[in-house]
Design a protein around this ligand. Structure first.
Ligand code: SF4
Length: 387
């Protein structure tokens, strides 16, 4: 007798039978199986996609750059035939990644320069960014932290390093908000996440803990009842979830978001503006509306940070302004996120609207941050943009 299916057939099921024959539904739905079977090399990609010449050449050349890593679940959402498929562009490298422009930098936000202890970024007086792993379920080609994710690098994400960060937070009583990020903290075992949350919660002046993650979008199987039961012990706990495109909003993701929301965790979204992926008002509106239906509040659209090899997917800032204009007043206020530039050099997030744009100079936009300081953001006018 076949086991009755606990859920309706999804796009991923058809992909599972075709690309992972012999894999049971139970294995597929196990997040550890998903991580063990990530697509990480040319052979894996060629098993699931028809690669373009540029994609194939880029994968062969990657060396020690940001690796490829795609969960089988997320691979099922990519168009196997079309290299211009939006989600595929976010996951599969192309030769454009090897063209470094002068304005690009490995650590464009100067996070390393604001680390009082390894792995802890203290940029704003009352809050810190706590990096706890360099591992992600999938590696996004545009990642701000491409310098450290997917490698062991110079940081050691172990208990000793965590304890140094926790000790720093404990003696700096102006820190009221801790954002746990990485890499992706929800790729860690429940016990490790719990260890961190217990220690942070024990610090009286820490009012608020946030987790930054892409896991609900790329590995929804990770959102288990056990994880939700553990997380709900640490309220107020918020989640910032990274979404890029409406085609990520599958039944599996809806289930994961509902479980988190039912555990009382407020969910906010973060989206990176990416050329030919989501840089048009209709796509963004569809994404924001879909997120609201999944109880995720649109929070930020980020201008893509100028990391090495990012020119081919950085959209002009004007595109983001047009998207906000198209949303504001034309849809539910809750569906309108802030559009921000993280000021290169570590100036913090600058909401982009007319009052923050000061002018232009030498192919750059001059922007004013929250302290009144002026920063340059490389933003060629459309006629200067290289396709
Ligand atoms: S999930 Fe986040 S940290 Fe990981 S590669 Fe993507 S953008 Fe970077």
């Amino acid at each position: 007798m076949p086991t009755p299916r606990p859920r309706p057939e999804t796009r991923a099921d058809e992909f599972r039978r075709r690309s992972f024959p012999g894999t049971s539904v139970e294995e597929w739905d196990d997040w550890r199986w998903q991580l063990r079977n990530r697509i990480k090399d040319l052979a894996g990609l060629e098993r699931t996609l028809v690669l373009s010449d540029s994609e194939r050449a880029a994968v062969v050349r990657l060396g020690d750059r940001l690796p490829v890593g795609i969960t089988p679940y997320y691979a099922a959402l990519l168009d196997a035939q079309d290299p211009d498929d939006p989600l595929r562009k976010t996951m599969v490298p192309v030769l454009g990644e090897f063209d470094q422009s002068p304005e690009e930098a490995a650590d464009p936000l100067n996070e390393d320069g604001h680390m009082p202890v390894p792995g802890l970024v203290h940029r704003y007086p009352d809050r810190v960014l706590f990096l706890v792993t360099s591992f992600c379920a999938t590696y996004c080609r545009y990642c701000t932290r491409s310098r450290l994710v997917g490698t062991t690098g110079e940081y050691h994400f172990n208990h000793e390093q965590y304890q140094r960060a926790i000790d720093y937070i404990a003696v700096n009583d102006e820190i009221r908000d801790v954002l746990i990020s990485g890499g992706d903290p929800l790729t860690m075992q429940d016990g490790r996440i719990e260890w961190l949350l217990e220690r942070l919660r024990a610090i009286p002046h820490v009012e608020f803990v946030r987790l930054g993650t892409k896991v609900p979008a790329v590995l929804p199987q990770r959102i288990t009842p056990e994880l939700c039961t553990m997380l709900r012990r640490f309220h107020p706990l918020w989640l910032s979830v990274h979404f890029m495109h409406p085609s990520e909003l599958t039944p599996e993701v809806e289930r994961a978001c509902n479980m988190l929301a039912d555990a009382g965790i407020p969910l906010g979204s973060q989206t990176v503006l990416m050329r030919d992926v989501n840089d048009d008002p209709d796509t963004m509106k569809l994404l924001m509306h879909g997120l609201l239906k999944m109880r995720v509040r649109p929070y930020y659209i980020y201008q893509c940070d100028p990391i090495p090899g990012s020119k081919h997917f950085r959209a002009p800032v004007q595109k983001g302004v047009e998207i906000i204009k198209a949303l504001r007043g034309h849809t539910t206020g809750y569906a309108v996120p802030d559009f921000v530039i993280d000021a290169p050099g570590g100036g913090g997030k600058v909401p982009i609207g007319p009052e923050t744009i000061v002018g232009r100079a030498d192919g750059s936009l001059l922007i004013r941050n929250f302290e009144g300081d002026i920063y340059k953001y490389p933003d060629p006018l459309p006629e200067e943009q290289v396709r």
